[in-house]
Design a protein around this ligand. Structure first.
Ligand SMILES: C[S@@+](CC[C@H](N)C(=O)[O-])C[C@H]1O[C@@H](n2cnc3c(N)ncnc32)[C@H](O)[C@@H]1O
Length: 236
């Protein structure tokens, strides 16, 4: 069954894809988030990788590929999955323009939260990852508990899962006009810890970015605090 919020997200991001980073505030926010992920690569356990030892990322709700690009070349392969076909197209064309092969960076359309059969998401190449991540996707998901469990299950033992999202430092209500596209208006550390632990992840970590994200909803400026939460799939 496909829910209304899933359909609203698909329609919204299919329409936005070609202009996802077109406005100056969108560009500035992407740069800020990229920089902050980049600065936390050691914290995530992603060491410098001069010998290009294989490190595989599952970039879920990948959009145009911000997380994949922020971690490259400490990761050596990225598999993106996104609900929106148009976002997937932009992801793949940006990877190609950067001179990367599909073996190095490639995305497919898909929704791990859908009840509908999606045989392509059972392909073995979409399991056993060193890292799995969701950048700014959790506040769009219908079921964050199920998403965390599904993504944790796609890690190899010792693999790391992380998300980047907004702290719930404002009123919980979703801004007017965004109901359906945004399902949860931010998270806090204790909620994240519980979610990660319930998915069987250990070594929880939570890090708040020093810089805030400046965004515009219906032409109204909003400053949002951004965090990164991480957890590891136990070694056994
Ligand atoms: C704000 S964008 C973030 C994109 C990218 N990760 C980034 O950090 O720039 C949210 C993305 O989540 C995707 N999305 C929303 N619900 C999804 C779901 N159930 N499964 C997969 N992707 C989903 C949207 O299509 C969109 O590309």
């Amino acid at each position: 069954m496909t829910t209304t919020s899933t359909e609203a997200n698909r329609a919204y991001f299919d329409k936005l894809a070609s202009e996802y980073e077109a406005k100056p505030w969108q560009k500035a926010m992407s740069s800020m988030i990229t920089r902050n992920i980049h600065e936390r690569r050691d914290w995530l356990g992603l060491a410098d990788n001069p010998e290009q030892k294989e490190v595989r990322l599952l970039d879920y709700a990948c959009g145009t590929g911000l997380v994949s690009r922020a971690l490259w070349p400490r990761i050596t392969a990225s598999r993106g999955i996104d609900l929106s076909t148009n976002m997937v197209q932009v992801f793949n064309s940006r990877a190609e323009s950067a001179g990367l092969t599909p073996e190095q960076m490639n995305a497919v359309q898909g929704d791990l939260l859908s009840k509908e059969e999606q045989p392509h998401l059972s392909d073995p190449s979409l399991f056993n990852f060193d890292v799995a991540a969701v950048g700014l996707g959790f506040h769009h998901f219908e079921d964050v508990i199920e998403a965390t469990k599904q993504l944790a299950a796609r890690l190899k033992p010792g693999g790391v899962f992380f998300i980047v999202d907004f702290v719930n430092d404002r009123e919980r209500e979703v801004p007017h006009g965004w109901q359906g596209v945004i399902t949860i208006n931010g998270f806090n550390e204790s909620g994240m810890r519980k979610l990660f632990e319930e998915a069987g992840l250990v070594d929880f970590g939570f890090s708040v970015f020093d810089e805030q994200a400046e965004m515009y909803f219906n032409d109204q400026k909003q400053l949002r605090t951004v965090f990164m939460a991480k957890g590891m799939r136990p070694l056994q």
